[in-house]
Design a protein. Structure first.
Ligand code: NIG
Ligand code: FE
Length: 424
């Protein structure tokens, strides 16, 4: 009865194997607090996929090491799925340290943007940058994310705001993703801001995106998703609806920056459009908390952005109690959250947004994967899924959230490969 599975990587004597086994759909309510831990666990993978999980005491009977396989005794340390960071903006050039200093002196993020700084400042630098320099910035930040446990990452364009630069950025991400350890999902965020050449003509810019840019992105297969910054002073809900409906007709999955600084109807529109995810939500109304909770749209919270901008944190507990499917992500970008660390986001979700530790781990793994439509491959450690894992120098998973800003990560495994060996 006990036929053995062949494995090229076997981890044994895992104090807590946090499998997250369960539905591939985003989890909510009680299901978001269940980590499906195997104590004294073991896990085996072959050719980048998980082939078996169980008790260490059963491993010898169930797993056949392939020749040249690697077997590691973890001496009671813990293993979790790799993190899924479902919202980042690492395709840019230059820095925004000058604006950061202005904010430190009391200036407001939205005022800086309205005065032509903010996103447009990064757009100016990105338009002038070569693909090589955009790639080197991307590689630098993706590498940091990997060291901090992120094995799947969504990257957005949105600092080009013209056909040529948006394509340059997305081509850079696409090229890199072919030969890069992390799994990369690409999102076209041409509707991140109204560029200077369309100043005060947002509708004409939306026309340009729909008629000229989106078809080209589609033809070249440069993006998996389309996103828009629906916000006071940027794009209205009416413009967002027109744009995202066009993107859906072209076959893109859609997601939104919604209700970040003001409630402009973003979250509600995301539900109407069956968006995969509505992100930020610092200003979501109680009525729209109930609406998103009753929908399949994932509420993606970005607590690092609230921290970095000195804004009130997003209403995590309210969303969780209402029954929403909640993910957390870094929002890594040069202006509003210059931080690549998912473990820090977990700490902030727990300490500032009312998550339990279990809900925060779910939000950073399975629910992030579901927000990217990857719930069947990523975010859990179940046979058939990708062997993306984190080995922690901890004997209790609660230490993940407890250690603020400093993750106790021993090693990260992507597609069955240890990064400590990869980068040797
Ligand atoms: O998600 N909110 C819009 N976009 C980014 C900020 C980008 C920037 O400031 O460069 C965000 O926070
Ligand atoms: Fe963002």
């Amino acid at each position: 009865m006990n036929s053995k599975v062949r494995a090229d990587l076997i981890l044994k004597d895992i104090g807590e194997l946090v499998t997250m086994a369960g539905s591939p759909a985003a989890r909510r309510g009680e299901a978001a607090r269940e980590l499906s831990i195997i104590r004294n666990g073991a896990i085996a993978s072959f050719d980048g996929r998980i082939v078996w999980t169980g008790k260490t005491s059963d491993a010898a009977d169930r797993v056949e090491p392939a020749s040249g396989s690697l077997e590691i005794d973890l001496a009671g340390k813990i293993v979790t799925p790799g993190f899924v960071d479902s919202h980042t903006h690492p395709l840019y050039a230059g820095t925004r340290q000058v604006e950061f200093a202005l904010r430190a002196g009391g200036a407001d993020y939205e005022e800086i943007s309205a005065a032509g700084g903010g996103i447009l400042n990064s757009v100016k630098r990105t338009r002038q940058a070569t693909a090589e320099s955009i790639e080197s910035t991307l590689v630098k930040h993706l590498t940091t994310m990997l060291l901090y446990g992120t094995t799947t990452v969504e990257v957005k364009s949105g600092y080009g705001l013209d056909l040529e630069t948006e394509i340059r950025c997305l081509e850079t991400a696409s090229r890199l993703s072919e030969n890069w350890p992390q799994t990369i999902a690409r999102t076209f965020l041409g509707a991140h801001e109204v560029p200077l050449e369309y100043r005060h003509r947002p509708d004409e810019y939306i026309d340009y995106l729909i008629e000229t840019v989106l078809p080209e992105i589609k033809n070249r297969e440069l993006a998996d998703f389309v996103d828009i910054f629906c916000e006071k002073g940027v794009f209205t809900a009416v413009q967002s609806e027109r744009y995202l409906k066009a993107a859906k007709r072209m076959g893109f999955g859609v997601r939104m920056h919604a209700d970040e600084f003001h409630d402009t109807g973003g979250a509600s529109l995301a539900v109407d459009l069956e968006a995969l995810s509505a992100d930020h939500l610092l200003s979501i109304s109680d009525a729209n908390i109930a609406r998103i909770a009753a929908s399949d749209t994932v509420a993606t919270l970005l607590p690092g952005t609230a921290l970095f901008l000195g804004k009130p944190f997003p209403p995590g507990r309210k969303l969780l109690d209402a029954g929403a499917a909640v993910a957390i992500a870094t929002d890594f970008n040069p202006g509003s959250c210059f931080c690549e660390s998912m473990p820090f986001m977990i700490n902030l979700a727990v300490c500032q947004c009312g998550f339990t530790i279990e809900e925060a781990v779910t939000a950073a793994t399975v629910n992030g994967a579901a927000a990217l439509g990857m719930g069947d491959r990523k975010g859990a450690l179940v046979p058939g899924m990708d062997a993306d894992m984190i080995i922690w120098d901890l004997d209790d998973y609660r230490g993940i959230a407890y250690h603020m800003a400093i993750p106790d990560i021993d090693d990260v495994i992507v597609a069955g490969q240890l990064i400590s060996i990869m980068f040797e």
